[in-house]
Write a protein that binds this ligand. Structure first.
Ligand code: 6PG
Length: 479
């Protein structure tokens, strides 16, 4: 074969196919391969005119059609299928070649694979890709992990096909081994939180405000012009405007109210538990999906007729729409602050040296959580790269303190009306937890010492202490 491809894609379902087309549209020659050759053939037949594709039926031909070092993007299901493809291709590759997993893999799998392939002289690059099908085709946000050396050979190609903000690529080397997939996972966790908060805002405007989905769509359209401006707010307006063709009802009313998940939000929370980072907003959004999907439990509750508030809830004490906007913005800030804290904690744990500001920068376009306010997150980390929490950056501090009265009113209204708002409420509780001068954690320490002699620290002297709870006089001793 004379002409060689700069990059190859194996796994040509819609994401793989669109990534391959994106490379071809940018003038790169793309080797394409799929388990069943039909898909490869279809891609070339349908989109061959968009650029140069080198189709191969066998893995060996595919590998042979690539220039060195070979860059092979794997776009298959996470888990077993990814391992199977790695095992198929690794023996065909040579020292310095790269296998790039662009799926939503678990970062611990990526760490394992990277270490194993390094021993075989190969680079394994776990890469987060966000933006769905459209993003893959027109410019996603790309979060590659793996070695610096692999990024030198791969980065320019990825930057080329990524989304751009003022000419700047939404792609940066995140850090070694699993760093890219970790950051993509947290991106998805934040995505879950964002979606949950938007859903709560809609629910309150509908149930307390009495507005129709179409009216609420207009509210979201208005918000999209302001500081909440983001892809998720924009598509929310679209979804709420939609009418079901079959019934003429609002689309949102004919959809079963059980939110599904593929698992990246759950992974984020699991990882956060291990790292000891309180990502309560993300956790609530994962649990809210689980609650919605718990059909049996919900049916039992309905059958038992679990009662709502006994007193008739009064009207919201304020301008509901304006207050919900404030609650949404403040809670969103909390969710991002928690997600960024988790990234920083993992970076310290694994020695990844992730630049949080760079993550905000590459999330400004292409990805699902793209939002105007990511500019402010970037600026916050530009000003103080070691910022402990976004909440202490002046812009966010002002936003949250400006929002807090409205935020509290919204949480009160939700509780009084019996409308679940776990995202708003837990974000507010997190905020109050952070600012509390004294937390009741002191009492928990006392309880632990009482039943388990787990010891405690004192506010007035150093050391660990234990109280002899059962003894006369209960003297306190050094542990
Ligand atoms: C993206 C999305 C994408 C996908 C997730 C969420 O960044 O392009 O996050 O990865 O939509 O898989 O899916 P679930 O809601 O099904 O978990």
């Amino acid at each position: 074969m004379s002409e060689k491809a700069q990059i190859g894609v194996t796994g040509l379902a819609v994401m793989g196919r669109n990534l391959a087309r994106n490379f071809a549209r940018h003038g790169h020659t793309v080797a394409v391969h799929n388990r069943s050759y039909n898909r490869t053939k279809e891609l070339v037949e349908e989109f061959g005119h968009e650029g140069k594709f080198l189709p191969s039926e066998s893995a060996a031909d595919f590998v042979a059609s690539l220039e060195r070092p070979r860059r092979v993007i794997i776009m298959v299901k996470a888990g077993g299928p990814t391992d199977a493809v790695i095992e198929e291709f690794a023996p065909l590759l040579e020292e310095g070649d790269m296998l790039i997993d662009a799926g939503n893999a678990h970062y611990l799998d990526t760490r394992r694979r990277e270490a194993a392939l390094k021993e075989r002289g190969l680079h394994f690059v776990g890469t987060g890709v966000s933006g769905g099908e459209e993003g893959a085709l027109h410019g996603p946000s790309i979060m590659p992990g793996g070695s610096v050396e692999s990024y030198q050979a791969l980065g320019p190609l990825l930057e080329d096909i990524s989304a751009k903000v003022d000419g700047e690529a939404c792609c940066v080397h995140v850090g070694p081994d699993g760093a890219g997939h970790f950051v993509k996972m947290v991106h998805n966790g934040i995505e879950y939180a964002d979606m949950q908060l938007i859903a709560e805002a809609y629910d309150l405007l509908r149930q307390v405000g009495g507005h129709s989905p179409s009216e609420i769509a207009d509210v979201f359209r208005g918000w999209n012009e302001g500081r909440l401006g983001s892809y998720l707010i924009e598509i929310t307006a679209e979804v709420l405007k939609q009418t079901d063709a079959a019934t003429g009802k609002p689309f949102v009313d004919i959809v079963v109210d059980q939110a599904e998940q593929k698992g990246t939000g759950r992974w984020t929370v699991q990882a956060a538990l291990d790292l000891g980072v309180p990502v309560s907003g993300i956790a609530e959004s994962v649990f809210a999906r689980a609650l919605s999907g718990g059909a049996d439990v919900r049916a039992a509750a309905a059958q038992a007729g679990l009662p709502g508030p006994s007193a008739t809830a009064g009207a919201h004490q304020g301008d509901l729409q304006a207050d919900v906007e404030q609650a949404l913005f403040a809670s969103k800030i909390v969710a991002y602050a928690q997600g960024f804290q988790q990234i920083q904690a993992a970076s310290a744990e694994y020695g990844w040296s992730i630049d949080p500001g760079a993550m905000a920068k590459i999330w400004r376009a292409g990805c699902i959580i793209r939002a105007k306010f990511l500019d402010f997150i970037k600026q916050a980390y530009d000003k103080s790269p070691k910022l402990t929490t976004l909440l202490v950056d002046q812009y966010f501090l002002d936003a949250v303190s400006g929002a807090q009265d409205a935020w509290r009113r919204v949480v009160v209204t939700a509780a009084q009306h019996g409308i679940p708002a776990p995202g708003f409420a837990s974000a507010l509780a997190y905020y109050d937890g952070l600012r509390a001068e004294r937390l009741p954690a002191a009492l928990i320490q006392g309880q632990r010492d009482f039943f388990g002699a787990h010891t405690y620290q004192r506010v007035d002297k150093d050391g660990k202490f234990h109280t002899l709870w059962a003894a006369d006089g209960r003297p306190e001793v050094d542990a």
